[in-house]
Ligand binder design. Sequence first.
Ligand code: UDP
Length: 353
Amino acid sequence: MKILTVLGARPQFIKAAAFSRAMEKYEGVEEVIVHTGQHYDQNMSDVFFAEMDIPLPKYKLQTGGKTHGAMTGQQLEKIEEILFNEKPDLVLVYGDTNSTLAGALAATKLHIPIAHVEAGLRSFNKKMPEEVNRILTDQISNYLFVPSSDAKQNLLREGINESKIFVVGDIMYDVALYYKERMVKPSWFEDLNLEKFILCTVHRAENTDDATKLSNIFKGLGLSNKDIILPLHPRTVSKIKEHNINVLPNIKIVEPVGYLEMVWLEVNCDLIVTDSGGVQKEAYFHNKYCVTLREETEWVELVDEGYNTLVGFDADLIKQALSQNYQSDLSVGIYGCGDTALNILNIMVQHEN
Ligand code: UDP
């Protein structure tokens, strides 16, 4: 069986690491990786392939740094060409980026079965580009691998046939378990001279593209007076400059880190504050409470179970949330037991052979 994986953004490289490792256990399954180039910087792309042992992509496209339409259009055209050449048995896509949608669209038009990992997640906010990518990808996928029963219910409500939906747990839990044993303290950490710190990430377009929201977030973080380490996504760096946002000295901005350093920061911080989907779950995997800088989340289980609180972008709410002491005695088990990649492979091999 030949699987063609389309990926292009940081969270997809991280998920692909678990899948590619599970693949090693299978004879007769070949994976061809197409990297769309949606993320292309050394610290947003190459570092993950190097330190996580992800096989190098056979195809590397250059579709990053464009508007959504131009990027998705170019990806669609180029992936179609590759599919003509490679003739895979199945196309595998992850998550909710433009690369996810382009990969799925290219495949469906050539009647190639599609497997979508992290299917069924919904924020119910169609202003988010990710939400549109998810809904459309799910509608045309043949294998919908969902992390939770809530995600399955979302798909059933949208009329997707139950026989296509597989509750397999969360592939990011496989990754979190494996790399926790290999985590690395960032070389710059001691220079900051911090006893305790909060770990924060901010990158979602709905926060960065709106000057008021972004400035409120930084105001709230600054008001908290606690030391905050913020590995900053390139999009947010440029928006801080564009919107002239004031960054107070308790907020230590650093370059985006590799995954092994990120895990170290997650394991050693007191609290995680983020608008990232993946980081919300990693907080839970590493037994940390999470304050989410959004008004809704796709990971509703974490809020329902009391591991995550949504504060949106109100400066006072953010300040308040950061000043609380949270218990960090979280029970793990919501997203499976860390064998999701293997489950996915088993299902695909069983059905396609
Ligand atoms: N991450 C990382 N370095 C960083 C920031 C995040 O390795 O400087 C990892 C993080 O641990 C998680 C993933 O990137 O596994 C999340 O990606 P992102 O927040 O870009 O996307 P989302 O999960 O919101 O789709």
